[in-house]
Design a protein around this ligand. Structure first.
Ligand code: PEP
Ligand code: MG
Length: 327
């Protein structure tokens, strides 16, 4: 029994039958989800939801065709840094981004700039030998990238070059205050100008987004929204900071509920304010990959979810069975 981590050496007949039944149910379910692949995620009352996948490696692009997803809503660019023995140079980054864009074809890909540091420490890039007591709240993501400007510049150039002739969608992780977003976007604007001054081929458009995963950013949405093309809620980090509960701690994993009034009220407020400003809002955390939680997000008015590929079938089945107006 995989779910319980138990091995039964001599299962009795009842147990055998129960296991067979469970197995065949999960096979039937999987077949039913596979049959949904070519069908769009539309609610019963006609609302088309955008359902995308999260990815991080070159091979993950295959999930687009396997699941029939609308695009990649979160490409975690730090994976390439984490699996490399040395800092990936600009050319290598560019090759990966171009391969992903080519595999995606006309489906959008949202690249997140590196979320390294903290507990995703790189052996070849040390944080001045400073030990961190709370790495999740430490020198990571945009905080690190804005101080290691060479790193961010190289990544910006790699993304701009890879997306030449297309739309580049880029978003920044762990934005805590609007100036951090402004500074990160400025690096892209400067790199674009540099490429333009050398008559290089450029993206036809650049769409900039911020991840909302530090709760404090919600207090300055009015300041940041005018500069955003989209806001993507990272519910993994957001809930860990809302509840002050380590997302990786096994004792805490089941304790706080994504459907609790705390999360629902927070997301409701943010969604209303973002939509009133005419800015696209979506969720790219694990919350959106679970049918019940995804349904709650749709009920709040969020129409874009980027989730783990395994969640596409169950979430699409939920969407296609849903009367959104009634919800
Ligand atoms: C999140 O925090 O919800 C998120 C999508 O980013 P990551 O899981 O990579 O931290
Ligand atoms: Mg995160």
């Amino acid at each position: 029994l995989r779910a319980q981590g138990a091995v039964f050496v001599r299962p009795n007949t009842t147990m055998d039958e129960a296991f067979e039944a469970k197995l065949s149910l999960s096979q039937r379910r999987r077949a039913a989800f596979a049959a949904l692949r070519p069908l769009p995620p539309v609610t019963r009352d006609g609302r088309r939801i955008t359902l995308m996948v999260n990815a991080g490696l070159r091979d993950d692009a295959a999930a687009l065709d396997v699941t029939g997803a609308d695009g990649i809503g979160l490409f975690r660019t730090e994976f390439q840094f984490l699996v490399s023995a040395t800092l990936p140079q600009r050319e290598r980054q560019q090759r990966l981004y171009r391969d992903i864009l080519e595999a995606a074809g006309d489906r959008p890909v949202v690249f997140r700039t590196v979320d390294i540091g903290g507990d995703k420490a790189l052996p070849y890039m040390r944080a001045d030998d400073l030990a961190e007591e709370n790495p999740a709240m430490g020198w990571r993501a945009l905080r690190l990238a804005l101080e290691r400007e060479g790193l961010m510049k190289a990544q910006a150039r790699a993304l701009l070059e890879a997306a030449a002739g297309r739309t580049l969608n880029v978003m920044f992780p762990m934005v805590a205050e609007p100036w951090e977003y402004d500074a990160a976007r400025q690096i892209f604007i400067d790199q674009r100008a540099w490429l333009a001054s050398r008559s290089k081929k450029l993206p036809i458009a650049i769409r900039y987004g911020a991840m909302l995963e530090v709760p404090g950013l919600a207090e300055t949405l009015d300041l940041i929204l005018p500069h955003l093309d989209f806001l993507s809620i990272g519910t993994n980090d957001l809930t860990q900071f809302l509840f002050a509960a380590d997302r990786a701690h096994p004792r805490l994993a089941e304790r706080y509920d994504w459907l609790s009034p705390t999360v629902m009220r927070f997301l409701d407020r943010v969604t209303r304010q973002t939509q009133a400003a005419g800015v696209t809002i979506g969720v790219c955390g694990e919350m959106g990959g679970r049918p019940l939680e995804a349904m709650a997000l749709l009920g709040l008015g969020i129409g874009r979810l980027s989730i783990t590929p395994a969640g596409i079938g169950p979430v699409k089945a939920m969407i296609r069975s849903l009367d959104l107006g009634a919800l």
